[in-house]
Design a protein around this ligand. Structure first.
Ligand SMILES: [Zn+2]
Ligand SMILES: [Zn+2]
Length: 327
């Protein structure tokens, strides 16, 4: 990631050209609200600004990922402040728009933000019994709507594989006890990951396989097991025809859009930092891939994708979350 990238205090998308020149790119036309089901808000340089940008582009829902082994639970406390600051940023963005002599438009709404909390497989070695207990207690926070991202990453192997598998199991159990869905990170470990879920039982509240970047053969078993499949930047990459093929296999009521911001910036903005608002680029490509090529067809598809995200992640608190906490 290039942290020297300048911060522009507006809602525009820009491509990086040579010699430090940034060229504005017009946002894709989007006929409905879009959800980013996977963003790491606390890893962004200005989370509030990115939330204001979401409002500018019709991104109405963001699921932010909190890994207590990486950054503690600070994002839980920071979130209300980000949203307050975002509304000030948004007012400034709208005020800066030319009105052409007409009325200034109304403030678009900020996205609803919910939390997925879980220890990433990279950090599995840091999941102590104490941290399992602390995580379990945090799941009572009604803003939490999922446990994740959890799973297995055999590409980097930053934690020993048996330790990753144990951490994965422990957190599947937490999710099931809390009545929450899981957000899965699987990298070069899909066989083991699937086997563990089959053994533990897929959570009744749902399973989301995030950042899907493989082919139709891999996606099928997850779909058959009832999982939701989230597509992000990789869907838009030029040499990723197999990912687009996989998206066509997933039933439309199990498809989700995401970013994985600050990573996985979609085309045509690769090489720049990603924010949750970038999900509109992926949503536009998904419409194209699924053959929704009229405004009406796009509106219908986007409404379905948004409803999927809402049903899975903008869920009502579980009965367990409603009980008064003893902490
Ligand atoms: Zn991931
Ligand atoms: Zn992630």
């Amino acid at each position: 990631m290039d942290n020297d990238e300048p911060i522009f205090y507006d809602g525009k998308f820009r491509q990086k050209r040579k010699h430090g020149v940034w060229r504005e790119v017009e946002a894709p036309v989007i006929e409905g609200p879009v959800a980013d089901t996977h963003a790491h808000l606390q890893m962004l340089r200005d989370p509030a600004l990115e939330l204001a940008r979401c409002a500018m582009h019709g991104v109405a829902f963001v699921e932010t990922i909190v890994d207590p082994a990486d950054d503690g639970f600070g994002a839980f406390e920071a979130l209300p402040g980000w949203l307050m600051e975002a509304s000030a940023d948004l007012r400034a963005m709208i005020a800066a728009e030319g009105t052409g002599g007409g009325e200034r438009r109304a403030l678009p709404p900020l996205p609803a933000v919910r939390i997925a909390a879980g220890v990433h497989p990279h950090n599995a070695k840091d999941l102590t019994d104490d941290l399992v207990a602390a995580l379990g207690e945090r799941l009572r926070d009604r803003r939490v709507s999922a446990v994740g991202e959890i799973g297995l990453d055999y590409h980097y192997d930053l934690s020993p594989r048996p330790v990753q598998r144990e951490a994965f199991r422990a957190q599947i159990r937490l999710a099931k006890a809390a009545g929450l869905p899981v957000v899965l990170h699987m990298r070069e470990a899909h066989d083991d990951g699937f086997a563990i879920l089959a053994e533990e039982g897929f959570p009744e509240a749902g399973t989301l396989l995030h950042c899907f970047n493989l082919d139709g053969a891999e996606v099928s078993r997850w779909v058959e097991a009832g999982c939701y499949i989230a597509f992000g930047g990789p869907l838009t990459f030029k040499r990723a025809e197999e990912v687009r093929e996989a998206a066509r296999i997933v039933p439309v009521n199990r498809l989700l859009t995401e970013t994985d911001a600050p990573y996985m910036t979609p085309e045509p903005l690769r090489g720049t930092l990603c924010g949750p608002a970038h999900v509109v680029w992926t949503a536009a490509v998904l419409c194209e891939v699924l053959g929704a090529d009229t405004p009406e067809a796009r509106a219908t598809l986007l409404a379905q994708l948004y409803a999927n995200a809402e049903a899975l992640l903008d869920r009502a608190p579980t009965p367990w979350q409603k009980e008064p906490s003893h902490a």
